[in-house]
Design a protein around this ligand. Sequence first.
Ligand code: ADP
Ligand code: ADP
Ligand code: MG
Length: 472
Amino acid sequence: MFKKILIANRGEIAVRIVRACSEMGIKSVAIYADADRHALHVKKADEAYNIGADPVAGYLNAHNIVNIAVAAGCDALHPGYGFLSENPELAEVCVRRGIKFIGPDANVIRQMGDKIQARNAMIAAGIPCVPGSDGNLESLEAAVKLAATIGYPVMLKATNGGGGRGIRRCDNEKELLSNYDRVISEASKAFGKPEVFLEKCVVHPRHIEVQVLADAQGNVIHLFERDCSIQRRNQKLIEIAPSPQLTQAQREYIGGLGVKAAKAVNYENAGTVEFLLDSDNNFYFMEMNTRLQVEHTVTETITGVDIVQEQIRVAAGLPLQYKQNEIAFRGFAMEYRINAEDPKKDFLPSFGKITRYYAPGGPGVRMDAAIYSGYVIPPYYDSMCAKLTVWALDWDSVIERGRRALNDMIVYGVKTTIPYYQQIMQHPDFRDANFNTSFVESHPELIEYDTGLPKELMAAAIAVAIAAHEGA
Ligand code: ADP
Ligand code: ADP
Ligand code: MG
């Protein structure tokens, strides 16, 4: 087993990986930009190395990070999610420098990171894909022609995209004409690559994804599915395992497709195969994420499998600890991405000092946080600052547990998505397990929640209550 692992990431996911290392008796090494000097992952890891004054550049410098890993005596590197996690060059630099990359082979990362190559590999393997272009779009004219054969609405997507960016729905030719240059420019800016492609837009789909695990011996298993249909602007907000919207037969079918997809590309380590489920109950492959996913916590919660530890074991050459028939799940788990954003201001990021943080607890509650009382959330990174995951035996109870835990959780100093999630928990369609990726945008009224009494009124109300109590 590895002795020391460098964590090429920050925030809650770096803390998550430190925890896995600690339980396995492996030393952990953090890296941090100046802006992250007081970050939790730096405090939790066994060692930490500064990667410079630029808040972001250091986390994207594969050569320097691997240099640090070598100098610190690490034998492996975990990339987390985001940053360089899906960058094949990091995996290659690791191989050259004798550091084991905890993830799949660089060629598989490259192939799946290109959504066209991924689609083509899946079509070859007999996995259903949304109808779309079989290559990158060469010109606007070609796009218009293809869209006419596929039929509107269509999705224009960045071939190398991720994180929900570089995706636009076009309902007609006019929208395609106006979005084409926009998506190319978004793709160039966000991913450094201008390639875009087109696929049929599945109307009101559910986002269903399958967690897979594969070892170097060729064993591939799935850990069931997650329902990530609660999204805003193609970005996930709440994730659920298993999907409350699938039958057992659909569950078995989609799990099988996930394994088939992973086998088709000789996958190794943990990965996620994402599918869309249309209103006629057809599944379509959408993309494969070749890394640990934000929402892996819900799968861990229902199956009891520690996905990060399994990643580390597999990377060390050990076979998977579990056979498919040993994987079972119990109850439901739900994860809330606690974002430092103000839902009432169009989810504008709300960075700054956390004046007070109190973590929820009690039965069935898991927190993965990067915050603490007094911590100042820097403005340079993703606004997701914590993840709350709850578990209960049935769907109604997991909603109640989530509502209760969200209520328990206190984050003062910045605005968060907590009150917005409380509204979703009360919506009848959500409670009936009847929702798709349009849920958030079709319920703008859920943003109209009451933020409570203004401070002055609150102080006056408390004074009255105290006076009444003292008089009693
Ligand atoms: P998940 O599928 O794990 O839920 P997300 O799509 O929410 O992942 O992405 C997790 C993080 O990684 C986000 O911070 C997102 O912005 C970032 N990310 C994902 N893919 C890319 C990419 N191709 N390029 C840059 N950042 C990415
Ligand atoms: P990313 O790499 O950014 O995660 P995905 O291809 O996974 O991009 O798409 C992100 C989200 O965009 C999906 O979860 C879904 O809500 C929406 N989406 C993507 N492609 C389609 C499509 N063809 N039809 C309908 N919705 C789509
Ligand atoms: Mg995706």
